[in-house]
Write a protein that binds this ligand. Structure first.
Ligand code: HEC
Length: 156
């Protein structure tokens, strides 16, 4: 019996250590990913920090259109460098690139959390899916083009 118990004990220790060394494996949960990966800058409710990190709320007009959703997915997949305006504030910071840090299902989960929990999905909204993320992953645009895409969207 002792041997069996030790065996389970070792398995538990191994499982705990493995789970701790690969935190990404367990987390396909949008809320958890947001808290871990986005909230340090964009803040826990996505409210942003004046002049430093733009809010991820008030995205409804963008979520309603395909161009808007493409822009949002593109910025998270490939990163982006300003300057941008949101409301009365100007931001000229650096948005990180997530294409190496997160897999597509995780990017999908976090974007759907932003869209559906931090924002109120507007009519015309379609959830982010793997086919959109796959095509955006495959094609990185120069920042100037991403900026042009943003400038075609309604001000927010
Ligand atoms: C290290 C800080 C940091 C982290 C972490 C971060 N961001 Fe950002 N993000 C920024 C900054 C700064 C900008 C504005 C970039 C600029 O000035 O052009 C930005 C811009 C954005 C934008 C575009 C906003 C707009 O109005 O154009 C989106 C969408 C976004 N981030 C989503 C996310 C998501 C989702 C995560 C988590 C997966 C995340 N960010 C993690 C700093 C961060």
């Amino acid at each position: 019996m002792k041997g069996v118990r030790e065996g389970w004990g070792r398995l538990w220790v191994c499982w705990t250590l493995c789970a701790a060394s690969f935190p990404g494996i367990a987390a396909d949960n949008g809320a958890a990913l947001f808290a871990e990966r986005c909230a340090p800058c964009h803040q826990p409710q996505g409210q942003g920090l004046d002049g430093r990190y733009p809010p991820l709320t008030h995205l409804e007009d963008w979520l309603a259109t395909e161009d808007g959703r493409h822009y949002i997915a593109r910025v998270v997949m490939h990163g982006f460098a300003g300057p941008i305006e949101v409301g009365e504030q100007t931001y000229d910071g650096l948005m990180l690139t997530y294409r190496w840090r997160l897999k597509d299902p995780q990017i999908m989960a976090v974007l759907n959390y932003v869209a559906e929990t931090l924002n109120t999905p507007p009519s015309g909204y379609v959830p982010f899916d793997l086919s959109l993320l796959g095509s955006i992953r495959a094609q990185k645009m120069p920042d100037a083009e991403v900026m042009a895409l943003r400038n075609r969207l309604p001000a927010r």
